[in-house]
Design a protein around this ligand. Sequence first.
Ligand SMILES: [Zn+2]
Length: 431
Amino acid sequence: MLIKNTMILDENLNIQEKKDIRIRDGKIAKIGEQLSFEEKEEVLEGKGFLFMPGLIDSHMHTGQQLLRGKVLDEMPMIWTRVMLPFESTLTEEKMRLSAKVAALEMIKSGTTGFVDAGSYFMETAAEVYEKSGLRGALSYSTMDQKGLPKSIEDNADSAVKKTDELYESVHGRGNLKVYYSLRSLISCSEELMEKAAMRALEKETMLQAHMNEYPGEINYFLEHYKMRPYEFLESRKLLGENFLGAHSLLLSEDEMEILKERKVKICHCPFSNCGKAAPKTPQLLKKGISVGLGTDGTAHGGMSLWNEMKIFRSIVNLVQGVPLAEPKIMPAGQILKIVLEGGAKALNEEGSLGVLKEGAKADIIGIRLMQPHLLPSGNLVNTLVESVNAGDVSHMIVGGELLMKDRRVLTMDEEEILFEAAKYQKGELGW
Ligand SMILES: [Zn+2]
């Protein structure tokens, strides 16, 4: 494929004009000017568009896709009152529809890669995601806490075995990977934590967990172990560069040092996090810790990372920038880097994803610039963060395959999926 005469966001986050991008074997083969057309090459006219790396959602929940609109303004604890009862009654049909709508929402929002935090019937979700062409990491929801609903009750060995099986059948299929997961530390026994961590290392894949999200979680560890959650994991030697800690909000100075020392990767989910705490991102970045952004799934305000970037900028600015009178506490270029490079690291693809450069994987999106809310712009990098929305993403290419052209999704039947989603909303599907 050849994208002709377009504007690009290069690897240093500078804007370059009148560039051609040649894509071959799933990668960006060449970026140049007036590249000559080669036989059998599909040509995409790039004039009026900005091509940039696809966004990466470092933390989402396929299994909560059908909870859109059911969480906002709810009383605590949302996990025990809403999420857990819903997820423990998931069925294969519900997961298939969830994955279809989630994939469609991501494609139409410019998200080319994602890390699913783990749910049930993940083989079914994998079938859908493989067909969608998206790049993603999937997990099985892993916990062995006593008192869980019967349908999801488990022990350490059987919980780990479920991810083993998912790994065998899904890892490496299409653009998909499988990660081990710990739903949250307080829902997992020490035995389960150790077994999941060991298996992730054996398979050379990542281990993810919801971390340092609630005061109750921190208090539990202080009460039982006289340690904070990351200190506990460190004491059990379970942390390393293959660990992805979602949220990671309530961090002590010592915990941040542990993250740095062990090269742990983290991500924040701004809209969802606003009900809990403001992230300490400037301090984390200063220590060289890899930070990504996630949406926490559709139940928490949808899956547009464009929205998350705006909320993230606002919250960090309000909580840290304003008290210091420091307007550049979280500059636009840094926010894009967090989503793109931090996301690439969350997907264990440092250097091969999240950058538009020769040799990188061709996961890119085209933004339609000729619109009154985007033009004219005195600084397009700022405009990407403060004004671009999901609906401005016109084209998407993942691994060299065109998934969306002029906002028409090519790998999925959008009309059919929306028809089924509307039927679900009206309760006409009987499930
Ligand atoms: Zn989550």
